[in-house]
Ligand binder design. Structure first.
Ligand SMILES: Cc1ncc(COP(=O)(O)O)c(C=O)c1O
Length: 427
């Protein structure tokens, strides 16, 4: 057993799996009175053994000198580092096979800190639509107020629209980042990750800097889609969702190579958008059951999606498992997704009135925004998460008045189906 300071990642030739490593990676009981679980380091600052030590820690933290071989970054102040933050980040990196990850106080903190790290006035950001309402507001209102133009393309519409958006963006200035949400929230439209990576590479040749391809992987989560393996640069998460998984913590992350994340790290230190020790501790608790929760919720989602698909009051179910394997989106799904996920939308026959009726009648499934938790949730994107988007544009994006979004949890699937059956019977 590892008492002090060596992580075990392999036993007898067996490389340990992420779900195994979540129980202890990066934590050494010998440094914490033998506690089997990592305690919460609820402290804002750390005592230096001497002034010289404090100086050395700051030199490394502020990049004033190179770290010596085997020199660890010393603990300074919880906006810069904290054991809970560091252990969490070590464990998060494992799922995406990444060199590094950074944890944030929310998904929006991760997304906005990442974009502010890479964009300057006069730059352009290319992004897919639809995206989560908060990200949409950032692209439509916040970035333009800082002189950063945004050009969008529709997720699920093929690579020609992506190429056209890149060409248009180039006419306006340097492309500083390409941001996509795939599957898209709430339509589940897919964007070709390998094509994005290729676009970024060719931009490097024409504009001298390579824009990072940033993928919001919140919907499928780190188990079911690995954007770094398709050549993308930064994966962002709302950890509030599948990773947190219990609707009791708000947090986010950026995952990627050390070099690509360094500017984001510097920006996080200055903006102070890191996660706090208690939230980091909650997330470490959550990571221990991530695989179990995701596996169960995906199986439940399949059962619920199939039930809805055959229901006469339901018009369409946008679950990735129903994509035609011969279609362009179906082939893309087979190439880059490992499972169909447990969050999807469906449309009922009728409009807002019928959708609201179903939502109001649900007894077990809770009427709340968010997704990826143990309990099932249902919401109305047009009136809730995406209500900020101008109605005509919302319709254009496929977010209709009769659309309900569900996030399927880990309850017994028969109980969930019974709930949807009785709610749909009321319209
Ligand atoms: C796909 C996606 N990205 C980002 C976010 C923002 O995350 P947070 O609420 O943790 O800031 C959300 C929130 O719903 C989301 O659904």
């Amino acid at each position: 057993m590892t008492w002090i300071n060596r992580d075990i990642t392999e036993i007898d030739g067996q490389r340990l799996h992420p779900e195994t490593l979540m129980m202890g990676y990066g934590y050494f009981p010998g440094l914490s009175e033998g506690a089997v679980k990592c305690p919460i380091f609820q402290t804002s600052t750390f005592v230096f053994r001497s002034a010289g030590e404090g100086k050395r820690f700051f030199e490394v933290a502020y990049g004033l000198r190179e770290r010596e071989p085997h020199e660890a970054q010393g603990l300074i102040y919880s906006r810069l580092n904290n054991p809970n933050l560091e252990i969490l980040e070590g464990r998060l990196s494992i799922w995406d096979g990444a060199e590094r990850s950074l944890a944030f106080s929310s998904g929006m903190a991760a997304i906005s800190t990442c974009l502010f790290a890479y964009c300057r006035p006069g730059d352009v950001v290319v992004h897919s639509t639809p995206v989560y309402g908060g990200s949409d507001y950032l692209f439509e209102k916040v970035l333009p107020a800082f002189g950063i133009r945004t050009v969008s393309f529709a997720a699920g519409a093929g690579n020609a629209v992506l190429d056209a958006a890149v060409a248009e963006a180039r006419r306006h200035g340097r492309i500083a980042a390409i941001f996509v949400e795939t599957p898209a929230n709430p339509t589940n439209g897919l964007v070709d990750l390998a094509a994005l990576a290729a676009a970024a590479r060719s931009l490097e040749a024409t504009q001298a800097t390579r824009p990072p391809v940033v993928v919001d992987n919140t919907f499928l989560g780190p188990l079911w889609q690995k954007p770094l393996a398709h050549g993308c640069d930064i994966v962002v998460y709302s950890l509030t969702k599948y990773v947190g998984g219990h609707s009791d913590v708000v947090a986010g992350a950026c995952v990627g190579s050390s070099a690509v994340l360094e500017p984001v790290h510097v920006m996080r230190t200055i903006l102070g958008t890191m996660t706090d020790p208690h939230s980091a501790w909650l997330l470490m608790r959550s990571l221990e059951t991530l695989e179990l929760r995701c596996t169960r919720s995906i199986e439940n989602a399949r059962r619920v999606a199939e039930f809805l698909h055959d229901h006469p009051k339901v018009e369409r179910v946008s679950w990735l498992g129903f994509l035609d394997p011969a279609s362009e989106q179906g082939r893309l799904y087979a190439r880059q997704c490992l499972a169909p996920g447990a969050t999807f939308s469906f449309t009922v026959r009728g409009g807002e009135r019928e959708a609201f009726r179903v939502l109001d009648e649900l007894k077990l499934v809770k009427l709340a925004v968010s997704l990826g938790s143990t309990e099932s949730l249902a919401s109305h994107p047009a009136a809730m998460t995406h209500s900020d988007i101008e109605p005509a544009r919302r319709e254009e994006l496929g977010i209709t008045e009769n659309m309900i979004r569900v996030s399927i949890g880990i309850e017994h699937p028969d109980d969930l189906i019974a709930d949807f059956r009785q709610a749909l019977a009321t319209i």
